[in-house]
Design a protein around this ligand. Sequence first.
Ligand code: APR
Length: 235
Amino acid sequence: MTRDRPQSIVVLTGAGISVESGLPTFRGADGLWEGHRVEEVASPDGFAREPLLVHRFYNLRRAALHQVEPNAAHLALARLEREWQGDFLLITQNVDDLHDRAGSQRLLHMHGELRRARCTHCGASSSWVTALSPQTACPSCVQTGGMRPDIVWFGEVPMHLEACFTALSQADLFVAIGTSVTVYPAAGFVSLVAARSETRTLELNQEATGNPLFHEVRLGRATETVPELVAELLA
Ligand code: APR
């Protein structure tokens, strides 16, 4: 590919793309929720120790999805996927459903989804939009006591990594949007693309991460920088 006409695009989004829809980032705040560190709540140990607290944390966030809408950045990425002539994959670290509701289809939720629940007895994952509790019966095996949010907690293996690495190995344009690139393996994606010649890596962020592997950084709010980039790519 020549520098100005990439063929294969991989986009990675983080919490920053959903801020203007009204969903807070992880590190923007003081990283606490009701006095608990998020890393404690979003962990297998935290769930084993205080299942009701963890269920409440996710039940509140799942319910909050009804109050928010995709923003111009989510919609611009869905348009890019529809109109782009080459390969395209959107990988998100976000567990909200805003990319889905914006119309993105070639989309991988590597940290899981608020709107899915998984049974620890039979392993079945189900679409879920209401509250979960230890009394919730699994839609597949009907057992109770085993339903958990289908979200990747700290210390667990992210989802769809094989597909992510395959796409990254073929990408000639990598765009990271609204992520602090501090949590691996997502934080390492840029190095997989930047390591090859004839590739372009771009960071769209409110504050620059300072990661030198990004060839270009565009600062600003996602609802401005993302539609601008998509218009450029589709011109
Ligand atoms: N437009 C663009 N970027 C923004 C905006 C905005 N309106 N608001 C905030 N940002 C940027 C911040 O500058 C920051 O770089 O979004 C990023 C948010 O970073 P984090 O809060 O660390 O979120 P994220 O990178 O998605 O976290 C990665 O860590 O907590 C775990 O699993 C969780 O998926 C999450 C992962």
